[in-house]
Ligand binder design. Structure first.
Ligand code: PLP
Length: 454
């Protein structure tokens, strides 16, 4: 291996980007507006005010290409940012590929994923407007712990509804949230009307992300000092995550590289959008021409099998209607280990960009993903979270195609979290107990019937 190869491409704190990038004004067509759940008319800022502070609502609908990151947020970002970009030379060797593989590692954040990139500004804007308490949902626990960390920085209260199945399976994520001062309920819970209704039917209800969102929204709208925070899907969340791609652009430039292929895992679309949108800007400006590919789990294939329709973000139908790729808001995916990828919808921005043909999408079953993750961990050391194993499997497919063709492509991906609290998933894979969850086409068809006809 040449001495000239840099393994870690680092930025100094002084080189950290100071603006987020909003892709919407650069798109050939604007994304369709969100609609009021009752009237089906486009919503205005006042409709969102019970849920979000004005600082966040302005970003949700902003037409500005760049938005300054507040100094206080930059200061907290500096606890772990800029994050490293790694060249995966040992993985390249293991795969026998002439491709060059780079990964942007977000597991260095306090919560262990990319989620604090948005939980910190969300806490900041709420705190600035006098909000005392934030409510949210969490599946695998990554978003709940990121918000608990951020609210602790501002001395705010944080109340988290964690999908019951994962609340029972992942006690350590709950402990992390409690260390940072959050209150955690299993969802469905007996503290909301919607939760009580579901528990009355089934006291052992496993819950879902859509249900937990309904509970957190219900709790927020009932209290004037409380707002709700969402960890993915919405425009402002993807905006905050663009710090990932902006840093990666600077880091690749330091080693004179431009990507040929960019792959990212998509649950709600935030780490994918965060990494890819700055590169999409360069592509639309004709400065580079990477293929940009979303990777989703075969058990929850929102982009590749869902329909592009107006649908609710939650199960109870309390959120605005957004146009997105959806499997239906009542769809409950199989309990695959990548909890962060088990959401029925996809970010409206990512869905729109996919419809415009600017990005591609593929779905991969979980065993191929864990196989790629084990190979990655043995070569590069880091144990990935179950979600980015999908991106790693896609990167491995691409690298192996290069081995066949002899092409020296530059592949870029985001390793958006570490898997230290997901070892049960690895145990199940290593003991041969993991199965590729069957996708029930009937379940999708039944869920799609409940999507409003718009
Ligand atoms: C939440 C989460 C995801 C899924 O959310 P996106 O918005 O699609 O990024 C993926 N990976 C990790 C590590 C997560 O915590």
């Amino acid at each position: 291996m040449s001495d000239a190869v840099k393994h870690k491409i680092l930025l100094d704190e002084s080189e950290m980007p100071t603006q987020w990038y909003n892709v919407a004004p650069d798109l050939p067509e604007p994304p369709p507006p969100p609609l009021h759940p009752g009237t089906h008319e486009p919503i205005g800022p006042d409709d969102l005010a019970p849920l979000f502070p004005m600082g966040i609502i302005e970003q949700e609908v902003s037409a500005d290409r760049y938005i300054d990151i507040p100094g206080e947020v930059l200061d907290i970002y500096r606890l772990w940012r800029p994050s490293p970009l790694f060249r995966a030379t040992r993985l390249e060797q293991a795969l026998g590929t002439p491709a060059r593989i780079y990964y942007k590692y977000e597991g260095v954040s306090p919560a262990g994923s990319h989620k604090p990139n948005t939980s910190v500004p969300q806490a900041y804007y709420n705190h600035a407007e006098g909000v005392k308490r934030l409510t949210t949902e969490t599946g695998a626990g990554q978003w709940g712990s990121a918000l608990a960390f951020a609210t602790a920085q501002y001395g705010m209260e944080c109340e988290v509804w964690q999908v019951a199945a994962s609340y029972r399976q992942k006690p350590y994520r709950k402990t992390m949230m409690e260390i940072w001062g959050a209150t955690v309920h299993p969802s469905p819970s007996n503290v909301t009307d919607f939760g009580k209704q579901l528990l009355a039917d089934n006291p052992d209800h496993p819950g879902s992300l859509g249900i937990a969102i309904s509970e957190a929204v219900e709790a927020a709208v009932k209290d004037p000092d409380t707002r709700y925070a969402l960890g993915s899907v919405l425009n402002h969340v993807l905006l905050h995550q663009t710090i990932i791609g902006e840093e990666a652009l600077l880091q690749l430039a330091k080693v004179g590289e431009t990507p040929d292929v960019l792959v990212g895992c998509t649950g709600g679309g935030s780490n994918f959008g965060g990494l890819s949108f700055p590169f999409l800007r360069e592509k639309l400006a004709g400065k580079m021409n990477p293929t940009i590919r979303c990777v989703e789990p075969a058990a929850c294939p929102t982009l590749t099998k869902g329909e592009y329709r107006y649908d609710f973000g939650d199960t109870a139908g309390m959120t605005p209607l957004v146009k997105m790729h959806t499997l239906g808001h009542s769809f409950v995916p199989e309990p695959i280990h990548a909890g962060g990828l088990r959401y029925h919808g996809m970010a409206p921005l990512v869905s729109h960009i996919y419809e415009l043909g600017l990005v591609e999408a593929i779905a991969i079953p979980q065993r191929e993903c864990f196989e790629a993750a084990i190979q990655f961990a043995r070569a590069e050391g880091i144990v990935p979270a179950p979600e980015p194993t999908h991106a790693l499997a896609a990167a491995a497919r691409e690298a192996l195609a290069c081995r066949e063709s002899g092409e020296e492509k530059v592949i870029l991906t985001a390793l958006c979290g570490h898997g230290h609290l997901d070892l049960a998933a690895y145990e199940s894979f290593l003991h041969g107990e993991m199965v590729d969850a069957d996708l029930s086409e009937d379940a999708i068809a039944a869920a799609m019937e409940l999507v409003p006809a718009l």
